[in-house]
Design a protein around this ligand. Structure first.
Ligand SMILES: [Zn+2]
Ligand SMILES: [Zn+2]
Length: 174
């Protein structure tokens, strides 16, 4: 078998061409990958261009820099996180606490069993529980009676408060 320098140089040339093509393909795919990745992580168009440019110019060291500096979470992950945080916050807000002792109370309780604080009032018409601040029953539309007057009829509850009438007569007397 004779040694042929021409075929050796051909082989080297082929390997170089193959290596060059491989590197070019690698460079292109890394640039495309970076562009896709930064698109999922940053809304800012400048950040997208910069990240892609860093990889395009610096190639392999560029991809290392990009992997170090890229936003840790994708936009989708960030969105999911916000949703989770909101749900958590809502569940904290919804879990009722007694204004008197701070213990957990249920929506259906009228009085806190731990400290006897009044939490709800029953509608005198339909008996359903109402918030203390409500002036009208949301279930049957009956106006809530004043604190001292329990068991009023609808007509009585709709009448103007006598104290105001007295004030008016006093004023007209002056
Ligand atoms: Zn309590
Ligand atoms: Zn009612």
């Amino acid at each position: 078998m004779s040694f042929d320098p021409t075929s050796l140089s051909n082989l080297v040339l082929m390997l170089t061409a193959w290596g060059g093509a491989f590197l070019a393909a690698l460079w292109l795919s890394l640039v495309i990958w970076t562009y896709r990745d930064i698109r999922n992580r940053a809304r800012d168009p400048l950040a997208r261009i910069l990240a892609t440019l860093v990889v395009a110019v610096l190639f392999l060291p560029g991809i290392v820099i990009y992997l170090i500096l890229r936003p840790p979470r994708t936009l989708d992950e960030e969105y999911q996180q916000t949703l989770e945080e909101e749900a958590l916050l809502q569940s904290i807000e919804e879990s009722n606490l007694c204004p008197g002792c701070g213990r957990k109370i249920r929506e259906t309780w009228m009085v806190c069993p731990s400290c006897n604080t009044r939490l709800k009032k029953p509608c005198h018409q339909c008996g359903k529980l109402m918030e203390l601040a409500w002036n009208i029953c949301p279930f049957c539309g009956t106006p809530a009676p004043g604190m001292r007057k329990e068991g009023l009829t609808l007509d009585e509850a709709l009448k103007p408060i006598p104290a105001i009438e007295n004030e008016n007569t006093e004023e007209s007397a002056f």
